[in-house]
Design a protein around this ligand. Structure first.
Ligand code: FUB
Length: 328
């Protein structure tokens, strides 16, 4: 366990390790952040994401924004997960049944991304992995919402290195491409979880994201179409699905009255950050809302050496989110 300094908005939360893809939650009255742990490796960037060669996870926590950040150390390593071959990417954590469930994507022994789960009675881990990945899981970036009625939903999926294009038929097709520019974009997938949080209750289904006229956002609409990094939160009775647009580097959001959609596109949350990827979570803590995100500023712009940051997020009276400029 390492005690770090008191965090400042829009500054790296910690600087003794590289961190990315923060999933923030309030557990036991504190803020817990579940990030990817970027390694200090010099690997050329490519569209397959080979530069993101992470091997383990740490958990960060803070009592409040005027308290030091605690790094709870390594909570899971790939050598302890029998099905994993490499690349432990963006995780999330959920609480139910008096247990913490840590969800993480990684490549299996065939090189396909799958999603696994590991458990702990403590939000800071360590987490004990299930021996196999969740049956029926594929692609990357799990985000789990435990709804007010106790039902839990996993949102996941990412294009390119995340392989979502290759799962359009429900089986892995190594040569499959995404839709043409004028066709509906691929959406993230959603599956309800079983009560024990360890399996899918149903086959994952595609989430639809529509424009203001009720038409599906097209694959060519790269400022608005889904790319990766889904997050789900609730505000004033609406489900807010937020995500990265990948190639255009925005964080955007769409809303619905139903956890499975369809969702209607509403706008931009965060303008592009330093580095190729942008990835986030949104959490309410002590009556205010916060955006946790990352950029590559700590390494001077290297894609695979990122740092988690936070800033306050504000809603307008009509429920829309005020766009954040990361460097103002
Ligand atoms: O950290 C590896 C990958 O980069 C994540 O899974 C994506 O969301 C992107 O942030």
């Amino acid at each position: 366990m390492k005690k770090c300094s008191i965090p400042k908005p829009k500054h790296p939360l910690v600087d003794h390790i590289y961190t990315a893809d923060p999933s923030a939650h309030v557990f036991e009255g504190k803020l817990y952040i579940y990030p990817s742990h970027d390694l200090d490796l010099d690997i050329p960037s490519n569209d397959n994401g080979d530069q993101y060669a992470m091997e383990d996870y740490h958990v960060l926590s803070l009592d409040d924004f005027d308290s030091p950040v605690i790094d709870h150390g390594q909570v899971l390593h790939m050598k302890d997960v029998p099905w994993v071959s490499k690349q432990m990417w963006a995780p999330d954590c959920a609480f139910k049944n008096n247990m913490y469930y840590f969800y993480f994507p990684a490549r299996d022994k065939d090189g396909n991304f799958r999603i696994g789960v590991a458990t702990s009675p403590n939000p800071a881990g360590p987490f004990k992995p299930e021996p196999n990945y969740i049956e029926g899981s594929f692609s990357i970036d799990p985000a789990v919402l435990v709804d007010d009625d106790g039902r839990a939903y996993m949102y996941f999926g990412g294009l390119w290195g995340g392989q979502l294009e290759k799962w359009q038929t429900g089986t892995f097709k190594p040569d499959a491409m995404g839709p043409a520019g004028d066709e509906p974009a691929l959406g993230p997938r959603v599956a309800e979880l079983t009560d024990d949080m360890l399996s899918f209750k149903e086959p994952p289904q595609q989430v639809q994201i529509l424009d203001e006229n009720g038409k599906p956002i097209t694959a060519g609409d790269e400022d608005r179409r889904y790319f990766e990094g889904p997050w789900m939160h609730k505000y004033n009775g609406y489900y807010y699905l937020s995500y990265s647009t990948g190639t255009t580097h925005y964080l955007v959001y769409a809303i619905s009255k139903n956890p499975k959609g369809p969702f209607v596109y509403k706008g931009r949350i965060l303008e592009p950050v330093i580095g190729w990827t942008t990835h986030h979570s949104i959490v309410e803590f002590k009556g205010k809302w916060y955006l946790f995100y990352h950029d590559s500023s700590l390494s001077g712009g290297i894609d695979n050496k990122r740092c988690v940051k936070y800033t306050e997020l504000k809603y307008n009276p009509d429920g829309t989110i005020q766009t954040i400029k990361p460097y103002d």
